[in-house]
Design a protein around this ligand. Structure first.
Ligand code: PEP
Length: 253
């Protein structure tokens, strides 16, 4: 059975005291996670150790980095390696968020290198893909997302791919309050799964967790997560509000 995940992306928000209070507030609420359901908090680098301590001993709850560099170590001032993440006990990393693609010019090829090094150090990537508004309006979103998968993931073996979680995040729905309809989300998730099946076979494709991201909130999580090919969400804004994110976790199927 594939995993369902409620993943929080704090982005570049909160002081450490605010982050601690947010984590405390969410963790304190009763959760009814099934064995296949996970909660992941992608927090800023300086808060990783604090967050890792807070969730110690909590079942099915993990901390993620929001990025990592593509090299093992060396003269790359300001960058953070997967070995550093591993040394903190971090098991997850978000890669290819559209904000990183747009503001830091991260290409599909560069992301393939980051995926490789994350897997080499046993850190599971949450690989983000998704089209801008112009592509959606031109009706070529399927081809656009297929290219992102081909160029960043298709060099992986089936066993490696099974460690990757894919997050479909239409850029026009991120932080805009504009959510894709559950039909639009399902359509793209089914497309991604069909493409993975073409390359890796149906059995492998059926094991891959595919998250939806883009203005998920308490009010729409249950309906979106209820779609057959949607296995949870990657959540920005609403993950910064205790009651919202707790309701989103409860919205997992
Ligand atoms: C995100 O940061 O990945 C995201 C989907 O943001 P928001 O939920 O705010 O649209």
């Amino acid at each position: 059975m594939r995993k369902q995940i409620a993943a929080a992306n704090w982005k570049m928000n909160l002081t450490i005291a605010q982050g601690e209070a947010l984590l405390d507030g969410i963790i304190a609420k009763p959760h009814h996670l099934k064995p296949e359901q996970l909660v992941v908090f992608a927090v800023p680098f300086p808060y990783l150790a604090m967050a890792q301590q807070k969730i110690a001993g909590k079942q099915n709850v993990f901390i993620a980095a929001q990025n990592c560099y593509s090299k093992k170590s060396g003269a790359y001032t300001g960058e953070v390696s997967v070995e550093m993440l591993q040394s903190l006990g971090i098991k997850w990393v978000v890669l290819g968020h559209s904000e990183r693609r747009e503001y830091f010019a991260e290409s599909n090829q560069f992301l393939a290198e980051k995926i490789n090094i994350a897997l080499e150090f046993d850190i599971q990537p949450i690989f983000c893909c998704g089209e801008p508004l112009s592509i959606r309006e031109a009706g070529t979103q399927n081809e656009f997302v297929t290219k992102q998968l081909e160029e960043s993931l298709y060099h992986l073996s089936a066993d490696q791919l099974k460690k990757v979680v894919i997050a479909y995040e239409p850029i026009w729905a991120i932080g805009t309050g504009k959510t894709a309809t559950s039909e639009q989300a399902q359509e793209m998730h089914a497309h991604i799964r069909a493409e993975l099946a073409k390359k890796y076979g149906k059995e492998v494709a059926d094991e891959i967790t595919i998250l939806y991201g883009g203005s998920v909130k308490a009010a729409n999580a249950k309906e979106i997560f209820g779609q057959p090919d949607v296995d949870g969400g990657l959540v920005g804004g609403a993950s910064l509000i205790i009651d919202e994110f707790v309701a989103i976790i409860e919205g997992l199927k």
